[in-house]
Design a protein around this ligand. Sequence first.
Ligand SMILES: O=C(O)CCC(=O)C(=O)O
Ligand SMILES: [Fe+2]
Length: 199
Amino acid sequence: MDNKRNTAGNLLPYDGTVNYYGQIMPVAQADSFLDLLLGNIDWKHDEAVMFGRRLVTKRKVAWYGDTDFQYTYSNTTKQALPWTKELLDLKALTEKTLGEQFNSCLLNLYHNGSEGMAWHSDDEKELIKNGAIASLSFGAKRKFSFKHKRSKESVSLILEHGSLLVMKDNTQTNWLHRLPPTKLIAHPRVNLTFRKMNR
Ligand SMILES: O=C(O)CCC(=O)C(=O)O
Ligand SMILES: [Fe+2]
């Protein structure tokens, strides 16, 4: 909550840019956003196809966006839901902090530490190439890791309650990221990734 957040340094040593702004709001405000997000978002279990089988994830997801955005994966077409009041408030805060505009948001709800997300890059063709992805976290503090696709060098940090992380430039081309599972955490975490989709 000081002016260091405007000069967050690059956490990656090369081939991309990741800035961690830390907690960008008071804890009481982050608590209230967590409650609103847990209660008002249309959370659904996600589906994935693995080994030719349709699997349902333990983690829940939701997708909100500007208008009639649509994208297809695992043979299902998803439609963006219209922004809620609290998502618009969080989008405005994120845009003001970063000086960047976003048009959609993917939300993840991890009920406890047994749920995480495997190594991946956010490089879907629907996303503007090298567009910034802004990640807001609420609830349980969780470790977040990056691994370079060729050198395998890795970088990790802790994402705090009410914090902002941004991934930009050629990060998705060169680095994977993941949210590792942990036995140590028994309470939920909500993550929002504001994204820029092609129209
Ligand atoms: O939960 C997180 O912090 C990251 C989520 C993520 O990588 C994604 O939704 O693509
Ligand atoms: Fe991701």
